[in-house]
Each structure stands twice: as structure tokens, then as C-alpha cells.
Design a protein around this ligand. Structure first.
Ligand SMILES: *Cc1c(COP(=O)(O)O)cnc(C)c1O
Length: 377
């Protein structure tokens, strides 16, 4: 079965009890136990809920993993995964990781004795150099945010296997439609389902898929124990979002390539970052491990003033921090998503005050181009 079909037919699309073509929202906190000695599948919704279970099974199937878990946000998912580690464990994290992940890794998990090293993993030799006796995991994103840098997943897996280290990827930008890291040997996949999986800018949620029973036990212990679960209503919204993931992503991705190609030709635009462009340094590598370039791009203007005036003049695109919705969203990383990173560190990473990030929506591209043309003047 092709992947696009599996988004709709994966065994979790029909309610067994009624035949409904939509899994009901089981808005229940607790479940009657007919026999206190008998086994029960559901007793309390922190431990398990039928709507959440349908979502968790769906994402596990789509990512090709052993088991899926749904959390109350992408950060709850990331934090719950980081919670499977112990005091004195060392984790290598890619240096241009999502700002919230950078924050919990450097200002929260450090309090519990988890040691973090931020590394530029696009050169995988940097991983090898930073491995220590207590290194237990590598956490990365590819393509990265906001500069769409590409990391060699198979190369990372090879190094990790040599050293018996877990590999964790935040696959938010790609979704399982475009990139399935477990097939390439990665151990844990995380999503901010708030973005492309939800797809409509109306729900905050996070998903995790693991590739083994041992990891499933560890993540379930945290999910049930720590309790940052996704509610049934939001689980249902994500199940609905998944059904249209392919049509949305295909269209948004086409829009992204058209906008990137157009931006490259504009006066006042000095740099366009999109893995689908011929001159993107990671293009070949990216397309060897993913089936498309996604719908997020970024670009630099000739001056910071032009970037700031663009953000003020743009009218059709929303100015917002999120991405992956049906509407085109532009963001100004230095003032928004990456404001928490100190200026010198930001500039070292290339996140400068002439940088703009774009998440393409489902509008007709000509209207977006008109909006951008006007805003760039
Ligand atoms: C938004 C985002 C997150 C955090 O997810 P929330 O749902 O906002 O908690 C993590 N990683 C990436 C790549 C994101 O874009």
C-alpha cells in the first residue's frame, strides 16, 4: 500500500463498536471495571484513552516504529523523551535545534545532572569528537530550523551503533510522509504535531515513536508517571489532520519551491535556504534520505531594515511563530523563535537580523508572490 493511502487506511480509521468513519472522542477520565480481577485495557485516561490510542497506533504505523505516544505539546514529547535518561548521562544535541529544546536541555535537564553538548552535526565527525564514556544519545533535527541545514542520518546511525548510543530525531519539518528516520536506523522520532500533522493552526500536541519494546516501556513509564498526555479532543484533531497530510504537504511543498525559485531572482534578497533548490549544499544528501523538501524555507534580505519593513508590509501572510498550517506564516527569528538565544551565539549560527522564515500554506502561490513582491519594495 502506498503511503498516501496508509494515511487514511491504517487500521485506526473505523470505530469498531459502531462502524463510524471517525474515531469517537472518548471524553472520559475513568472507565468502569466489570471485574476487579480481570484484565482491563482502559482504567484511567492518563494511563490510556481509546481516542489517544487510535492516534498513537496511527503514528507508530506511519513512522514504521514499535509504539507511539501522544503528549500535550511537542515540548512535552521532547521533555518526556529526555526524561528516560539518568543523572550523569551525556547527550549530544545539534546546535541549531528548536529553541524550546535548547532551553529545556540547557536550563532544565542540566538541573538533574544530565550533561548536554551542543554540536554542529552537519559534519558528523563533530559527533565522533564529542562522544564520551557517558554519552547515551544524539538528538538532532534535519533539515534544521531556521537555516534548513541537512545532516546525514545514516552516517549518524552508524557512529551511534558503534558506540551503543541512542539516536533521537525531531521530525516535525518533514513528517513521516517525507522522511521516515526509523527506516534509516534511528531509535526515537519526535513531532511537534502542532505543525504539519495537525496542519490547521488549531491544536498543540506532540508525538513520539520508538523502535523497540525496551524503549516503549521507558517512554510509557514517563508518559503515565509524569502525565503530560494529550487529551481526547486534541487527539481527535490530530487524527483528522493526518487524513489530509498528503494533499496539504504536496501542495504546500509545491508552493515552497515556487516561492524559493522566485525569491532567488529578487533584488534585495541575498540568500534563499530551501533544500529543494539546486544550489542548496545539502540537497543531494537530503533527497537521499527524504522524499521531498517540505514547506518551510528562509531567506535573507540585503539589509536588516528591508527585513523589518517586509515583516510590517506583508498583508496576506500571517506574522506568527508557528508553521505547518493552511495559511502562509512568516516569522522573524531574531525577535521571535530565536530571541532567547544570545546575539553572539545567534550570529555564529547564521541567525541574523536580515533573516525571515516562511511556512507555505494552501493559498494560490500567485497571491503569495504578489504579497511578497509588495512587502520587499
Ligand atoms: C514547534 C516545534 C517544537 C515544539 O512543539 P510545541 O508543540 O510548540 O511544544 C519542537 N520542534 C520543532 C521543530 C518545532 O517546530
Amino acid at each position: 500500500m502506498k503511503f498516501g493511502t496508509r494515511l487514511i487506511h491504517n487500521g485506526n480509521e473505523i470505530d469498531e463498536k459502531t462502524g463510524a468513519l471517525s474515531i469517537p472522542i472518548y471524553q472520559a477520565s475513568t472507565f468502569h471495571q466489570k471485574d476487579i480481577d480481570g484484565p482491563v485495557e482502559f482504567d484511567y485516561s492518563r494511563s490510556g484513552n481509546p481516542t489517544r490510542k487510535a492516534l498513537e497506533e496511527t503514528i507508530a504505523i506511519l513512522e514504521g516504529g514499535y509504539k507511539g505516544f501522544a503528549f500535550s505539546s511537542g515540548m512535552a514529547a521532547t521533555s518526556s523523551v529526555l526524561s528516560i535518561f539518568e543523572k550523569d548521562d551525556h547527550i549530544i544535541v545539534c546546535e541549531d535545534v528548536y529553541g524550546g529544546t535548547h532551553r529545556v536541555a540547557s536550563k532544565f535537564f542540566n538541573k538533574f545532572g544530565i550533561e548536554i553538548t551542543f554540536v554542529n552535526v552537519t559534519n558528523i565527525e563533530n559527533i565522533r569528537k564529542n562522544i564520551k564514556k557517558n554519552t547515551k544519545a544524539i538528538f538532532l533535527e534535519t533539515p534544521s530550523n531556521p537555516l534548513l541545514k541537512v545532516t546525514d542520518l545514516k552516517g549518524v546511525v552508524k557512529i551511534a551503533k558503534e558506540h551503543n548510543i541512542l539516536t533521537i530525531i525531531d521530525n516535525t519539518f518533514m513528517t513521516p510522509l517525507l522522511q521516515r528516520p526509523i527506516d534509516l536506523g534511528m531509535d526515537i522520532v519526535i513531532h511537534s504535531a502542532t505543525k504539519f500533522i495537525g496542519g490547521h493552526s488549531d491544536v498543540i500536541g506532540g508525538l513520539v515513536v520508538v523502535n523497540s519494546e525496551a524503549l516503549a516501556k521507558k517512554v510509557y513509564f514517563v508518559q503515565n508517571g509524569f502525565g503530560a498526555i494529550l487529551g481526547p479532543q486534541d487527539s481527535w484533531l490530530l487524527l483528522r489532520g493526518i487524513k489530509t497530510l498528503k494533499v496539504r504537504m504536496d501542495f504546500q511543498q509545491k508552493n515552497a519551491l515556487e516561492l524559493a525559485t522566485w525569491l532567488e531572482k529578487q533584488d534585495g534578497v541575498t540568500e534563499v535556504y530551501y533544500p529543494g533548490l539546486k544550489n542548496h549544499p545539502g540537497k543531494e544528501l537530503h533527497l537521499s534520505q527524504a522524499e521531498g523538501s517540505g514547506a518551510v524555507l528562509s531567506f535573507k534580505t540585503d539589509t536588516p531594515e528591508r527585513a523589518r519593513s517586509f515583516m510590517k508590509k506583508v498583508t496576506l501572510a500571517a506574522v506568527a511563530v508557528s508553521l505547518g498550517g493552511v495559511e502562509t506564516i512568516v516569522s522573524y527569528p531574531v525577535k521571535m523563535s530565536h530571541a532567547a538565544i544570545p546575539k553572539t551565539e545567534r550570529e555564529r549560527l547564521g541567525i541574523t537580523d536580515n533573516l525571515i522564515r516562511v511556512s507555505l500554506g494552501l493559498e494560490e502561490i500567485d497571491d503569495i508572490i504578489d504579497d511578497f513582491k509588495n512587502a520587499l519594495l
